[in-house]
Design a protein around this ligand. Structure first.
Ligand code: ATP
Ligand code: MG
Length: 287
């Protein structure tokens, strides 16, 4: 085995870090993290982790200091670095939204015409407003954006929202969504063949973990006369397994169903005569 490691930059501590570390651990990659550790080499996969501030990650990946990175799409799009987006990771979901003081009357985006907007995301904010034909002024600040209207710095803000609780507690209301974000895996644009090969192994594992998260294992009992109808409802990976029960004329069916249409399928199964339905989580799903 060669001794080349792929180097990945992940956030040291913040809203991306826990889920990033969890994902790599679910991929079976062993490494140390936490405390004051700034880098860590895995003991069972050719990867080295760098733990950094999230803002620095896209630049490091562009320069090749790191080969890969996990970053919020919002930060990536704001900074426009030349990197490849390998895949969406499905966590750290949030949105960038425009908000104004709660007691203001809002009609539509023309509200922002000629107004000052405080934000840490001037590029995303300006692009959005420009695309809607609104000309406003953005005032870039690096944090505590929600305070801007109440201290007279700006009339509105454009900031990251997930539940809206922070806006509310600062007397603001969300009026328009500017950008939808989630964590993405990015890579340097010119990886060597050897590193590409490691990246392929990594994405294969990530895909298997994600597929497992989006699927459930279903076990149910059915009488012989209902089998055909029930099997037609169960996709399975190939087709459902059918195991005879000790009681004559009864079978147990095992299958995999997608999280998305989970409840609909369960309801149809019951209507078709399925009994004793068990639903179990799937840890990984290898195709
Ligand atoms: P750092 O110290 O590394 O610079 P930070 O303070 O800039 O961290 P965080 O607040 O940890 O950044 O957020 C990191 C990313 O997580 C954001 O860029 C965004 O993509 C996502 N994020 C932010 N707020 C939320 C939220 N409330 N829910 C889910 N994801 C979020
Ligand atoms: Mg940051």
């Amino acid at each position: 085995m060669s001794n080349i490691n792929i180097r990945i930059a992940v956030q040291k501590s913040g809203r991306l870090s826990d889920d990033s570390l969890k994902l790599f651990k679910e991929c079976g990659i062993k490494f140390e993290s936490g405390g004051s550790k700034l880098r860590s080499i895995s003991s069972n996969f050719p990867i080295e982790f760098l733990f950094l501030r999230d803002d620095d990650i896209p630049g490091y990946v562009e320069d090749g200091v790191a080969d890969l990175g996990v970053i919020g799409l919002n930060v990536l799009e704001e900074n426009r670095k030349e990197v490849e987006i390998v895949k969406e990771l499905g966590f750290s979901k949030c949105r960038l939204s425009l908000a104004i003081p709660r007691n203001e009357v809002y009609t539509d985006l023309s509200y922002f015409e000629g107004k000052n907007i405080a934000t840490s995301y001037p590029n995303l904010t300006n692009n959005f407003l420009k695309s809607k034909g609104v000309s406003a002024h953005t005032h870039e600040i690096s944090g505590s954006v929600e305070i801007a209207p109440s201290i007279g710095l700006a009339e509105g803000i454009c900031d990251i929202v997930s539940t809206g609780g922070t806006l509310l507690s600062n007397g603001l209301k969300e009026v328009a969504e500017v950008f939808k974000s989630q964590a993405v895996l990015i890579s340097n644009k010119s990886l060597t063949a050897e590193k590409k090969n490691i990246l392929d192994k990594l994405t294969f594992r990530i895909d298997s973990v994600q597929r497992g998260q989006n699927a459930k294992y279903v076990v149910l009992n059915a009488e012989e006369k209902n089998l055909e109808k029930i099997i037609a409802l169960l996709p399975g990976m190939k087709s459902p397994s059918r195991v005879p029960l000790a009681e004559k004329g009864w079978y147990s069916l095992h299958s995999v169903i997608s999280e998305n249409d989970f409840w609909e399928i369960i309801e149809s199964l019951r209507e078709a005569g399925a009994q004793g339905i068990l639903v179990l989580p799937i840890e990984k799903m290898i195709l």
